[in-house]
Design a protein around this ligand. Structure first.
Ligand code: SF4
Length: 339
């Protein structure tokens, strides 16, 4: 039985803007129900503007206007007790959650590293803010030990960010994110800016740290190959909703939702000569998303069976568990069409 770290139920987070007296609501996250377990790497996949970034903001409690949680619950079971993260105060976020329980590895490591401060100073800033430093020698010993643990030479502590390669900087970002042994590390496209060889090393490091500490990594990337190599479970997002979720093996070997099927079938296969087909249309504008299943204007199953699948246009498909944690939100699957 896996231990739950976070349970979100029917989470809805919208961007509300007002211009010339006209209010506009962008339903970026709309009814997401999911669990994160301890000791797993959960991958979130989906094309641009599917809501991945907003999901990160919501799950990390980084919610600032015009983004607002409109509905739902999000309960964390942290090391030091449970916390309802919907409506959590900024004070609690600062003193109890950020870095200590939830930390963040971003796409461009330069955004967390101050270009005019040596790496050791960045460690000092973070540790001083969240725990205070009373003994300078103990601080240096702790940081030296920690960077060695994540496979970095201690000399890098005396370097400036620009003196390090992109891969090294990303490793430093991972070292910073793990210095307090947080329960959850959110990695947002952590290897997108790196070449493939360096990418492999950074992903391996993330995997090793996760395995050694037993914490949870939420890995967000559009790169399906990264998910295939690293994630234990994968959630596929489309237009602000989870379309399908399952073990990585299930998602890649037996995708069931028409959108997931398309994503997987569009991956290149060595030796395959046949041309890949693309989906008709573009992802919907979330300020004016289609009723019912948001995928229906592009869904090949709906297109072929429109007469008997009328509910796709009017009824939001609910996530259902088809066994072994394989959850799918699709009327066609529900009627025995695909699974
Ligand atoms: Fe396609 Fe209908 Fe399933 Fe949506 S609910 S993915 S439109 S078959």
């Amino acid at each position: 039985m896996q231990e739950i770290l976070m349970e979100a139920r029917d989470l809805c987070a919208y961007y509300t803007t007002e211009m010339y007296g006209i209010s506009r609501e962008v339903k970026a996250i709309d009814g997401v129900t999911m669990n994160l377990y301890r000791n797993e790497i959960y991958g979130v996949a989906g094309e641009s503007s599917c809501g991945k970034t907003t999901l990160i903001k919501v799950l990390s409690g980084t919610i600032k206007p015009p983004l607002k949680i409109n509905h739902g619950t999000m309960q964390y079971h942290f090391k030091k007790g449970d916390m309802d993260m919907v409506g959590v105060s900024e004070e609690d976020m600062q003193s109890k959650v950020r870095w200590k329980e939830i930390s963040y590895v971003m796409q461009g490591s330069m955004s967390v590293l101050n270009p005019v401060r040596k790496i050791v100073k960045t460690f000092e800033d973070i540790i001083k803010t969240h725990e205070g430093i009373t003994d300078k020698k103990a601080f240096i010993d702790r940081v030296t030990e920690h960077v060695k643990k994540v496979g970095l030479p201690p000399d890098i502590l005396n370097e400036y960010p620009h003196e390090l390669s992109g891969g090294m900087r990303q490793r430093v970002a991972i070292a910073l994110a793990t210095v307090f042994q947080p329960s959850l590390i959110i990695a947002d496209e952590p290897t997108t800016a790196l070449d493939v060889v360096v990418q492999r090393g950074v992903l391996q490091l993330l995997k090793e740290i996760q395995a050694a500490s037993g914490n949870t990594v939420l890995l967000v990337t559009h790169d399906m190959a990264v998910h295939a190599n690293v994630a234990d479970r994968v959630g596929i997002m489309y237009a602000g909703r989870l379309a399908e979720e399952g073990t990585t093996e299930t998602i890649f070997r037996n995708p069931a939702h028409p959108y997931t099927k398309h994503l997987i079938s569009s991956l290149p296969v060595i030796g395959e000569k046949a041309a890949k087909t693309s989906l008709e249309g573009t992802p919907p504008n979330l300020a004016n998303a289609p009723e019912g299943c948001r995928f229906h204007p592009r869904c090949p199953y709906y297109a072929k069976n429109a007469a008997k699948m009328e509910r796709c246009k009017t009824e939001v498909p609910v996530m259902k568990d088809y066994g072994n944690g394989h959850r799918i939100a699709c009327h066609f699957c529900e009627e025995g069409g695909i699974v």
